[in-house]
Design a protein around this ligand. Structure first.
Ligand SMILES: [Zn+2]
Length: 238
């Protein structure tokens, strides 16, 4: 199975492999790169980039400066062979890193590591720590019974609060809630953030009826702190 998208959670890949009894490989590309960008080989360790057509760089998303190979930043493409609509240092908004070690398949092509989602959808919590939908996906999708979820950050009493609404297989919601809390507390990235007590069991809700996906719109953490502030300013200005 070949999945073509900018980001697929590893847990979803493993589940697809289990359900379909086949190998899942992923392809990374976008309309702007001429659809193709890079594809995984059988080693499954990063996308082998189409280097004859695309020059790939990783930059610091804030300063715009080039980062050394191996450091994570924003993926930037320059098209090398495009005659119509050539792109020079096109910022994709995707976060990833170049893998510096050779691939076991022996190719000389550069490898781009797994895309970690879109930079603009990252939510910044206290101490400049950032939370990404991909971190939540990797922590929650391996939990049996979890089908989808909506994540939201708001502010209560000056503290960031995190809320989850989980679409789960009916029955066993309490078990799913406890496993969710445990997965986030012990997750590689989320552990540091969630030990600050931003998520409580009572902040985990369930919805099993009329669950609507958001179609082609990318899933992202809803940051209500911004809209709350805007609302407050609007109210105070009369
Ligand atoms: Zn390879």
């Amino acid at each position: 199975m070949l999945l073509s998208t900018d980001y697929v959670p590893a847990a979803i890949e493993r589940e697809l492999e289990r359900c379909w009894g086949c190998r899942v490989l992923t392809h990374y590309g976008m309309t702007e790169t001429g659809l193709g960008g890079g594809v995984e080989c059988a080693a499954g360790e990063g996308y082998h980039l189409r280097e004859t057509d695309l020059y790939t760089e990783i930059i610091d998303p804030v300063s715009g400066l080039l980062l050394p190979d191996g450091e994570e930043g924003e993926v930037v493409f320059t098209t090398l062979s495009r005659k119509g609509m050539p792109l020079v240092r096109y910022r994709t908004g995707d976060r990833a890193r170049l893998i510096t070690t050779p691939c076991s398949c022996g190719t000389v092509l550069k490898r781009l590591g797994r895309v970690q989602g879109r930079i603009e959808t990252e939510v910044h919590l206290k101490d400049c720590q950032r939370l990404r939908m991909s971190d939540l996906d990797e922590a929650l999708f391996p939990i049996p019974g979890v089908l989808d979820f909506i994540a939201q950050v708001d502010s209560q009493g000056g503290r960031d609060q995190f809320r989850l609404c989980i679409h789960a297989v009916p029955g066993g919601e309490e078990r799913v809630a406890r496993r969710t809390l445990s997965a986030l507390l012990h997750g590689a990235v989320t552990g540091t953030l969630f030990k600050e007590k931003v998520l409580y069991l009572e902040n985990i809700a369930f919805s099993n009826t009329g669950w609507m996906g958001n179609g082609v719109v990318k899933r992202q953490i809803q940051d209500r702190r911004v809209s709350d502030t805007v609302q407050l300013l609007h109210c105070s200005s009369g």
